[in-house]
Design a protein around this ligand. Structure first.
Ligand code: LLP
Length: 424
């Protein structure tokens, strides 16, 4: 079921017309559907019911406080990769012991902040990190609960920039070197090994890489136990794909069935770190057409959202469906166009060679499946203010992050005193 649909000729997010929001907050803006967020959460919750598993929402996909709070209230923990994300999770009310800290390059100061806050689990990704964490925990007189993230050398079959579980990727400890790392961890007095973690990539649309990876990690767990290590948790990571174009990602229940089958009898508590699957389809980006520029070889529809607002098309060649906010007539002719932003770069596009009904200046468009890795990856390149974020819930909506004014953007910068004098 889509929570973004035409009603009376106008695209709505649940019960609110996107044009109404556009009038109030201006464009471009991100819009999230609370019902869609709840529905995707429910799919996970139903699939793990009665099992020894927990879901730690990967904040990196969308770290808007309202989104985090919505999941936190439904029982989610959090998967974080920075102290900034930790602070957001805590601010949204997620308990520290429900937070998992991932990432390949955590600084000593960040590890210290995490331990001070009482973070529940730190997923260590290198031998060097074991030592730093051991030292930091010692300084605080604490014992840190850790898993070691292993790299199972599996091709996730996804875009090369978002695959993480192959030997040549920087993530995790090579599965062949894992036993050494566990032995080292066990010898360090301020660490308590509680399990193994993996994360093989993002936007996976097939279950077989998960199956293959889990089979490898499963035999590692057995080896580790034989060597005397206590492995109580198995963190499977995130990565489940969503629909952008015509992908057919597996259902959560099919995914859980595979995981359940391959982990059966291990007696581990499972952790899942979904990001995109929880938020991706629950968010859209709305933009207004500035002007239409017929070119020699194609038409350019220049809109007020740009690569700084949604970088996925140009960074990953990602395809996002784009539709007019006013419902086109069913027999409307289409033209082939590029939907581009106003930024001075040829890579500034949201879509290329797209067949769309003719659009004119002032019309609104909606970019689908923009809830994950959209607003969080935005920048203010070209001094463009970050697009505001709005959440709709039934017939209500609220701005959860307003658009900054240019004065606010400039106000954090300082001109050195000698330059001020030079200009007088
Ligand atoms: N856990 C770890 C350790 C991760 O590195 C990631 C994502 C996740 C969980 C969540 O993965 P998800 O369920 O969202 O696939 N910016 C890229 C995606 C980068 C994903 C990085 N890691 C994109 O826009 O496609």
């Amino acid at each position: 079921m889509s929570f973004f649909a035409y009603k009376n000729g106008e695209m709505h997010a649940e019960g609110v017309a996107l044009a109404t929001i556009a009038r109030q907050v201006g464009t471009p803006f991100y819009c999230y559907s609370a019902a869609a967020l709840r529905a995707s959460w429910q799919e996970f919750a139903d699939a793990i019911k009665g099992t020894n598993a927990r879901i730690c929402y990967a904040l990196k996909a969308n770290s808007n406080l309202a989104v985090i709070k919505l999941f936190g209230d439904l029982g989610a923990g959090a998967d974080i990769v920075s102290v900034g994300e930790m602070r957001r999770a805590l601010a949204a009310g997620i308990r520290a012991d429900r937070i998992v800290y991932s990432g390949v390059g955590k600084k000593a100061s960040e590890l210290m902040a995490a331990l001070e806050a009482g973070i529940g689990q730190i997923n260590v990704e290198s031998s060097a990190e074991l030592e730093v964490l051991n030292a930091v925990a010692g300084q605080l007189g604490k014992k840190a609960d850790i898993t070691i993230r292993v790299n199972p050398d599996i091709d996730a079959g996804t875009h090369e920039k978002i695959t993480t579980g192959r030997k040549e990727n920087k993530f995790g400890i090579d599965i062949d070197l894992a036993t050494e790392a566990f032995a080292k961890a066990a010898s360090l007095p301020n660490l308590r090994v509680v399990g193994v973690a993996m994360h093989i990539g993002s936007q996976l649309t097939s279950l077989s890489p998960y199956r293959d990876a889990i089979v490898r990690v499963r035999s590692l767990i057995q080896e580790l136990r034989t060597a005397g290590h206590r492995i109580d948790r198995f963190d499977i990571g995130g990565g489940l794909g969503i629909v952008y174009a015509d992908e057919q990602p597996p259902s959560i229940s099919d995914f859980m069935q595979v995981v359940g089958k391959e982990t059966a009898g291990l007696g581990c508590e499972l952790t899942f770190e979904p990001g995109r699957r929880l938020v991706g389809e629950a968010g859209v980006l709305v933009s207004e057409v500035i002007l239409v520029k017929p070119g020699v070889s194609k038409t350019f529809v220049i809109v007020d959202a740009a690569m700084n607002d949604l970088i996925r098309p140009t960074l990953y060649d990602a395809w996002h469906d784009i539709v007019p906010v006013r419902e086109p007539r069913p027999d409307a002719a289409t033209i082939c166009c590029d939907i581009v932003g106003p930024i001075c770069e040829s890579g500034d596009y949201l879509a290329q060679n797209r067949d769309l009904p003719p659009l004119s200046a002032g019309e609104l468009i909606m970019v689908r499946s923009a809830g994950a890795y959209g607003a969080v990856m935005a920048s203010s390149y070209n001094s463009r203010p970050l697009a505001p974020e709005v959440i709709v819930d039934g017939t209500r909506f609220a701005v959860t992050r307003p658009r900054p004014t240019i004065d606010e953007m400039i106000s954090t910068e300082r001109i050195p005193p000698w330059m001020v004098q030079a200009g007088q």
